[in-house]
Every structure is written in C-alpha cells, then in structure tokens.
Design a protein around this ligand. Structure first.
Ligand code: WTA
Length: 630
C-alpha cells in the first residue's frame, strides 16, 4: 500500500478522510510498517490532562523499521552519505547492511556499559555518522536518547543531563566546525563535575586531540566496539514507550524536555517525509540541520531511513572553505531534495553569486525551508538561483513539540504561495483563535495558531513535569494545543506563520527563551536586572537585544565583553546578545511587571508610538531608554 499523495484532488480526499475518520486513516498508514504486535485501539486522547496515546498496545522497535525491514530489498543501497567538514577529506557511505551492522554493534557497546531499556542516554557529539549510529543504537535497546546540540555550554549541558538523570553520555574528543575545532570533551568534563547520575562517558576519536580520560568513567569508543559482536536483537517496545527527549526553550524558566514516543512518531515522520518532499525511490535527500535539533531527528535520521532513502549528513558549515560549500556538496552527491533554513539562505544571498553559479545544481528537484518565516527576498533568491525556477519550494512549519511537519505544501502537488506555509497535512486540524480565546472561523484573518485534534507525533509530556506540559500547551485555550505562534489565514485558507507571540525569539532558526538569557545575565555579578527582547535582523531573522541595569559604574566595552563571555559559558555562543544597552531602570508597571511591548518597540527602532505608558511606575525611564537606544 502506498500512502503517497499524488494530486491536489488526492490531497483533498486524504485530508477529508483524516478528519472524518482519523482512526481509520492513520491505521491504514500504520499498517504499512512492521509491528511485532498490532495495536488494540488506534487513538485514546484528551487534551485536558493531557493524555494522548496512539496505536495503543502495539509492539515494535523503530530500528527494525528503519533498518531490518529494508535489508532484503535494499541492503546494498546507501543509507547515509556523510560529507566531512573538510572537502579534502573522504566521504563515507554506509549501506543499509553496514548501518544495520554498526547500529547492532554499538547497541551491544551500550549494553556492555550498563545501559538498559528506559535509561536516558545523553549524546553531545559532532555531525559524524557515529551520532546517527548511536541514536539508532539507543532506540535498538529501548534506551531514551537525549541529544544535546554541541554548541551548548557545559552548564546548559549539565542542566539537561540532570533534568532527566541520564546515566550515560556519548561525546567526542573535539569537533571540526569550519576553520575551528570545538573542545567537546573538555565541555563534557566540565559539565560532569555536576552530574552525579552519569556513570560512563564513551568518547569517540574525531580530531585526535589529546584529552584526559578519567578512570572508571571515560572509555574510548573504538576500544569498546572491539569487545562486542554485531548481533543485537531489537528490544520490543510499546507504541507509547518513550523514544527520545529533546530540550527546547519556552517562554519561562529552564528549557523543557519534550518527550516523543515510538509508534506515532514513526508513522508520522515517515508519512510527512514521503509526502511533503514527494520522495521517490532512489532520491538523494539532504537536510542541512544539526541532529541536535528536531529537524535533524525527524528528517536526517528517522523520516528518511524509515522510507529507505539515502540521507546526506554534513559535518561542516555553509560558508567554509567558502560560501559555495552547500552547492558543491549538492553537485558532488547529486542531491535531489534539499532542505535548509531561511537564515542560511539569507547568509548565502549576501555572498557573491559566483559561489552559486560555479555549480550545476541540475540534480535538484525539490527545495525546502524550515525553522522561521522566510522573507520574500530570500524565497525568490532560492527559487531563482538554487531551484533555477523549476523546483517547487516547500515552506514547512512545525515545532520540536509537533515531531513532524504540520503545515506545508506538498512539492509540486498542492498549490504554493511564497512566504506561506500554505495548507495543513492530512490529519492536522489547525485553527486560529482571537485574544479572548474564541476560534475565528472566517478567512482573511489573523490569530494565534492552535491545533484542535491529536496527531501521531505530538509531544506526550515534558520530562519529569507533566503539569508543565499541560500549563504550557493545553491551558491557554481549553481543549486545544497552543503553538505559541501567530498566524494569518488568507482568503483561500492558506496559512502564513508570522512568528512567536510568546517570549521566545527565533535567532537563525534557534529557539531561545528571553527568560533563559535574562536569568543567565542576572547571574553575572555586574548585573542587577536585565530584560531581553528580539528585534528584526537581516540575516538571523531575529537578533537579541538586552537591556541591562548595572551594579556599579562600569566601562561599557568591558561590560559587553564580560556579558558575551558569560552567555557563552551559561548557554552557548549562539545565544549571545547582538546589542546590549545599559539602562538605569526598566519600564515596569506598578505591579512590577516589565512592559516588554515598549522594549520591543524601542529595539525595533519604532518609537513613534509607544502606546499607553501611563500605568508605568516611572514613565521617565522610557525617555532615557529611547534616547540611548542602539
Ligand atoms: C518557527 C523547528 C515560520 C515557529 C522545526 C515555531 C517557523 C518554531 C517555520 C519551532 C516556518 C518553524 N515558518 N516559522 N516554516 N518553521 N518556525 O521547535 O515559530 O526549533 O514555533 O522546531 O520555529 O522551532 P523548533
């Protein structure tokens, strides 16, 4: 059975079926996978607790679907093409047979090091094949992977390890990133000083740098692999057993561990991969994300491998050795489907067009974007220069919490409209609500984006704190999942995401909670209080603007340097503020709440109408901030 949508009519038909009879719709699709035991009930749910279960009592292992299932038909086909950071180094290609073998082997390494079903394993690694292998090896033995992007600081890493009490960590000596090397092991050593739950650290040799190995804790990956064979029967998992945790920023407090479970995530990532990108057997698919983010989980590893595709993994950066690197890789591996973030497009747009024109790009059939709204200039540049005007562009809207693509055109099948994500995938029931929480049913409107009905790959909880999940996503609008995004719907029912309506900012496609940056700044001895907002940034989409009240007279330049270093230590370099303004106070209401609306306007450079400031404790402060704005 194929669930591939092949015309606009077909899309409409599937969409209608998915709304009228979701259980039947999803069970037909789920039936195409390999289950140890089929489910009793397709769906049980309520959005109040929330309690969501898909394919109830179904038994399976996702790696049997990613790997074993393909061995007979495409065992010798390439599963992963790995392109190294340095173009002069060798590419690695792993067939499905080889990947299967390596996953089984590493699964045995994990077991040998004490890991078992249900354990949390942290992965803090560069973009090397071993990362994908390790992710799948965790899933093979039923351990829950928690991948932490290797740009996070030691403190951020420790917080994430401790939140879910990981017992094992996997890392490398260092990572290559463009012209730089990143001291991965040192960061891990620093983090592990405060992580009592970790008993073992398995270290991959990547650059060969000398690193300190701690007795009884640190072991070398290559030594461990020698101790095991490559037979590993997959652990039988329940459909609702946890597959992974991925930390993401919210509007308040510490990052949350978004939890995804096995059966539903599998069904939905494969379904969306095949339909959105209109994947055909033999296509080479390249998603440029890092596996440290959800896009890498769903569309470098799981979606493509479930479909038996060839997935490209890239270790490097788009601008090194030069700004033609992406396009060189596209030609080298004859990539057919290319999926990247608007921020990368904008950065490359700013470089000489010769970096593009040196390359053929004739293998490309479909282009995609993800992570942030795409502006029309970037869309047109991508369409014209990369797609040579004949590749459909899919603008895919989704989130860590949604697990897979929710609103997007289907390449070449459903209508597209530049800067619009367009229409929901079958099974997805979006709605817009007004400030009072009422659903807006007409078209040509704007509101807050919610989803009314469960879909298989939605988050089930936030790790260790179910109430937080309920409060964050299911309490703002009763009976609905609230996305945190603002959205327009045009006269034809097409959706355009306008950006976050909460205190989350999107910097180069990275989600950053303003509260996280504020908490970090406030911990610095020079800072009394801070307020952080986003502002439009040509390349990054949004930049970070920090207003800071200082404890004593300080040299502004030194303060900036100190605070940037401080954020790098506390969160990671990607969360460094672009602008830091010293202020003597913050605009607060009489109840002590910071009026962010005003700070946002000043950061945006729009001070003509700051709205009502009469409720402020000290309206004078606004003048000072405005006059000294950066
Ligand atoms: C934003 C990334 C506009 C949005 C997969 C969302 C987008 C947040 C788009 C999730 C898009 C993602 N157009 N905005 N096509 N895709 N976003 O969890 O604000 O890292 O809520 O997941 O990115 O970011 P996350």
């Amino acid at each position: 059975m194929s669930f591939k949508i092949n015309s606009y009519e077909d899309y409409k038909k599937q969409y209608q079926q998915s709304v009228e009879n979701p259980e039947q719709f999803w069970s037909t699709i789920a039936n195409t996978f390999s289950w140890r035991k089929k489910w009793d009930t397709v769906l049980k749910w309520n959005f109040d607790e929330p309690n969501i279960k898909w394919f109830v009592n179904g038994k399976l292992n996702i790696t049997e679907n990613c790997l074993d299932r393909h061995l007979a038909t495409r065992g010798n086909q390439t599963a992963i093409v790995w392109e190294p950071n340095n173009p002069n180094d060798d590419t690695i290609k792993l067939t499905y047979h080889q990947l299967h073998q390596k996953v089984c082997e590493f699964a045995n390494v994990l077991k040998n090091n004490g890991a078992k079903k249900g354990d949390r394993i942290c992965l803090y690694m560069p973009m090397v094949p071993e990362l994908a292998i390790a992710v799948l090896a965790c899933a093979r033995i039923g351990a829950i992977h928690s991948v932490v992007f290797a740009g996070f600081s030691a403190k951020a890493l420790a917080d994430r390890i401790n939140d879910s009490a990981c017992t094992l960590i996997l890392c490398s000596d260092e990572a290559f990133r463009g012209a730089k090397t990143i001291p991965i092991k040192n960061v891990v050593d620093e983090a592990l000083k405060n992580c009592p739950s970790i008993s073992k650290n398995i270290v991959l040799k990547r650059t060969g740098a000398k690193v300190e190995m701690i007795n009884n804790r640190d072991v070398w990956w290559h030594d461990e692999v020698k101790k095991v064979n490559s037979e590993c029967v997959a652990e039988e998992m329940d459909s609702e057993d946890e597959l992974f945790i991925l930390y993401t920023s919210g509007s308040t407090g510490q990052p949350k561990g978004v939890v995804h479970t096995t059966g539903g995530y599998m069904v939905y990532t494969n379904y969306t991969f095949q339909n959105v990108f209109q994947y055909n057997t033999g296509d080479i698919f390249w998603c440029t994300a890092d596996i440290g983010w959800i896009t890498g989980h769903s569309y470098i590893i799981y979606g493509p491998l479930l479909a038996g595709a060839t997935t490209v993994m890239f270790e490097g950066v788009p601008t090194w050795p030069d700004a033609g690197r992406f396009w060189e890789v596209v030609d080298k591996h004859q990539v057919n489907i290319f999926y990247t973030a608007p921020t990368a497009i904008r950065a490359l747009m700013a470089c000489d067009i010769d970096f593009v024109n040196k390359h053929q790009l004739s293998s490309l059939k479909v282009l995609g974007t993800v992570g942030e709204p795409i502006n029309i200039e970037a869309w047109e540049w991508y369409h014209k220069n990369i797609g040579k005007t004949n590749c459909p562009i899919v603008d895919t809207w989704w989130q860590t919490e949604t697990g897979g693509i929710m609103i997007s055109s289907l390449a070449g099948i459903t209508p597209s409209k530049p800067t619009f994500a367009t229409l929901p995938l079958p099974g997805i029931q979006p709605c817009l609500v007004d400030a009072a929480g009422n659903e807006i049913t007409e078209n040509n409107v704007e509101g807050n984006l919610c989803i009314k009905f469960p879909w298989p790959s939605m988050l089930r909880t936030t790790y260790g704190d179910h109430n937080r999940c309920k409060q964050n996503y299911f309490s703002t609008y009763k009976g609905k999942y609230f996305t945190g995004d603002g959205c327009k719907r045009d006269e034809n029912g097409m959706y355009r995401i306008t950006g976050r309506v909460d205190d989350v900012i999107n910097v180069s496609g990275h989600r950053i909670g303003t509260a996280e940056v504020e908490n970090a700044l406030d911990e610095n001895h020079l800072v009394i209080e801070s307020a952080v907002v986003g502002y439009p940034h040509d390349i990054k989409g949004q930049g970070i603007y920090a207003y800071v009240i200082c404890a004593k007279e300080v040299n502004e330049q030194e303060l900036r340097k100190e605070l940037l270093e401080h954020i790098t230590q506390h969160i990671g370099a990607f969360a460094k503020p672009d602008k830091i303004q010293l202020v003597s106070g913050l605009p607060k209401t009489r109840s002590g709440k910071i009026m962010r609306r005003i700070l946002r306007k000043i950061a945006e450079g729009d001070t003509s109408n700051l709205g009502d400031t009469s409720t402020l404790l000290d309206p004078e402060i606004v003048k000072e901030i405005k006059n000294n704005a950066l």
